[in-house]
Write a new protein. Structure first.
Lengths: 191, 191
């Protein structure tokens, strides 16, 4: 038996995307977006939804560039702080002591200490309701070398990334590998 | 030191959304989308990106309605099967033995056995590159009562949902609670 929770913005799993931008003075800012996800494989694109009242919105419109830095559990407090304050009156990097590093491909800073980084240029923005969706072409993905396994791919257990539980307003860690994609379902294929 | 993975559709955490639709004959279909996420809080909306070649694309254009059923780890094989076959030539519900249940608010079926379900009506679709993004207004969220804690909210540890590791083509489970959102970062607020 299922219980109805009504018309609400709820889904699982939701990411913790730390969106990095520069403002008009070149001061680095970062905010947290759990509203977003991969948009397309070709060109590789990601979408994030931002309210027009956010400082990041203004920066995005001006620079048409952003990064997504993905925090590990170690940086929960810093990431959360990026979400509860505004670049309008707070230099979030200065307060947290994290390092804003200029991207290689776009005019936006990423969080040097976070293990996964995407560099994106805005290709489109679309307003629906309370949010504007910014679509960013992913120009590069960077991952800490110390997080890579011997096969050259990142090890989730080492990355220790976090997700966002919207109904509980909690962050959670990832668990263990549960199965192979494009493979686990083959048992239902008639031979 | 970070290693570059180039321009690729990579992010963490990515969801496993099982998208349910009816075709023109009323036959229920379901496919897997890892490209998607919450779009807006108001109206509550979710976005999923689908290639025009998919059977679901045709169904979405015809019915303008879909569900998202979110599988627990127990149904990895079934969910994966939904992703590696096409409704064009396979009745995926019949093969897996899962139950297509008509939604309460939209003309689309959900997977009765999966613990979390969203019922959505398409409000917009936008083509960029290889994918078309369908934006769905979430008309209802339903969660299995057996997954709710005494506070009436779902217990992630009980839900046992899965995420998608795109660089490894693997599914993984969620781990444990790591911190409170809108709270963990307060330690950086000057008193």
């Amino acid at each position: 038996m299922k219980r109805s929770f009504g018309a609400r913005a709820v889904a699982y799993l939701l990411p913790v995307f730390v969106v990095g931008t520069y403002d008009h003075k070149g001061i680095p800012d970062a905010m947290v977006a759990a509203w977003g996800g991969i948009y397309s494989s070709d060109p590789p694109s990601i979408a994030i939804s931002i309210r027009p009242s956010r400082y990041t919105y203004r920066n995005l419109m001006e620079k048409m560039a952003f990064t997504i830095s993905i925090p590990s559990v170690k940086y929960i407090a810093e990431a959360d702080f990026f979400g509860i304050t505004s670049g309008m009156d707070t230099d979030k990097f200065a307060v947290t002591g994290l390092t804003p590093q200029l991207s290689e491909f776009v005019d936006a800073p990423f969080v040097a200490e976070f293990p996964v980084v995407l560099e994106c240029r805005v290709t489109k923005h679309i307003k629906i309701g309370a949010h504007t969706q910014f679509i960013g072409e992913i120009l590069d993905v960077k991952i800490d070398e110390s997080m890579l396994d011997t096969d050259g791919k990142p090890d989730l257990a080492r990355l220790q990334l976090i997700g966002f539980d919207v109904l509980r307003s909690e962050y959670y860690t990832t668990g263990s590998v549960a199965g192979k994609a494009f493979s686990a379902g083959r048992k239902f294929l008639s031979g």
